[in-house]
Design a protein around this ligand. Structure first.
Ligand code: 3EB
Length: 333
């Protein structure tokens, strides 16, 4: 029998690939997140999470699968189900928004529960967080829902005595979904990662209040070594320079600016080697008709060796027409 060596990392798969992949990585799957049309999947330690964001291109569904080099065990605490491998914890939560309840309050509850969960299992360092919720740019009690979300997230950080700065703030993404409620999934580590900010951009936690009463809390990228892999998690990145959106109404220029922001983050990574590592991107496009142009630009920047998934979703500022998140893995020396 060949010894199967499992790798810590991430794969983006389609419906035809995921069954065999889960089987091959049996006992080592940390997390499965599905986008687009739901399909039945084989059982894993934790049930797959579904996010109602359509997949663009020729496939109807796309799966994000995180695996570990080490055996994975399920864990549960106060209704949240997760997985652990000894160095990271993965979990998700979906909170329904009841009548009369604000997204601000929901965001605060969600983060209070996340902090309690990761502290309970002693994986106290949030490394990467994904947030999805519907009507992200719509008004709720006189405030855009994304801005309300930021108030609630901020309140939970303060209530937990968590510092808001480069140490101990995760990389993140926040996008609009078509339905469902507030859905958050996250990876937390036994040890903190190293934040990498973008010198072209003001840190999100220092945005001025013209973008909402409380700033978003995330770092532009986070570098961490896990299971023999140098991992670089790139937050949702958009056409923002300083703190302002550039190229209003021009998706082509926003794409170029976004790719320059990503390049600027990668340039700060000592182990970045496009010929060696593995790059994966999730590209969120607001208008479907921009897909081909965005694909061309992403392919020109990263080449065919990069795995990119294109999703049709709203972005957290109404003037942003696309956002790109990334993950880059390299064998640690
Ligand atoms: C930006 O640069 C774009 O609120 O967690 C990107 C990544 C963005 C994460 C978040 C928001 C978030 O401000 C928006």
């Amino acid at each position: 029998m060949p010894i199967s060596s499992k790798q810590f990392g991430l794969a983006y798969l389609d419906a035809g690939e995921i069954g065999a992949y889960l089987e091959r990585n049996s006992g080592h799957v940390l997390s499965v997140i599905g986008f687009g049309r739901e399909v039945t999947l084989p059982a894993t330690a934790c049930a797959p999470l579904w996010v109602d964001i359509p997949v663009l291109g020729d496939k109807q569904s796309s799966f994000e699968v995180w695996t570990s080099n080490d055996p994975v065990a399920a864990c549960e605490h106060k209704g949240i189900c997760g997985t652990v491998d000894g160095k990271v914890l993965f979990a998700s939560l979906t909170l329904p928004q009841r009548a009369g309840e604000t997204l601000e309050s929901l965001a605060s509850q969600a983060y209070m529960r996340i902090f309690e969960f990761i502290d309970h299992f002693d994986y106290c360092n949030l490394l990467r967080v994904w947030h999805y919720f519907p009507q992200i740019n719509d008004d709720e009690n006189g405030l855009e829902r994304y801005r309300g979300f930021n108030i609630g997230r901020h309140a939970a950080f303060v209530a937990n005595g968590r510092s808001i700065g480069e140490e101990n703030v995760p990389a993140a993404s926040a996008l609009g979904s078509n339905s469902g409620s507030l859905t958050i999934y996250f990876m937390a580590g036994k040890h903190p990662g190293r934040a990498v900010e973008n010198p072209r951009q003001v840190s999100a936690f220092y945005y001025p209040d013209q973008f909402g009463p409380k700033s978003p809390i995330f770092v532009r990228a986070l570098s961490v070594t896990l299971g023999g892999q140098d991992c670089f998690f790139i937050s949702g990145t958009a056409s923002i320079v300083g703190y302002e959106t550039l190229h209003l109404g021009d998706t082509e220029k926003q794409t170029a600016e976004t790719l320059l922001n990503i390049r600027t983050l990668l340039q700060q990574l000592p182990h970045y080697d496009p010929a060696q590592g593995r790059m994966l991107l999730k590209v969120y496009v607001r208008h479907e008709h921009d897909l081909a142009m965005v694909q061309d630009k992403v392919n020109a920047e990263f080449g065919a060796s990069c795995k990119a998934v294109y999703l049709h979703s709203n972005i957290c500022r109404s003037d942003l027409l696309l956002e790109i998140e990334g993950a880059y893995f390299n064998d640690a020396r």
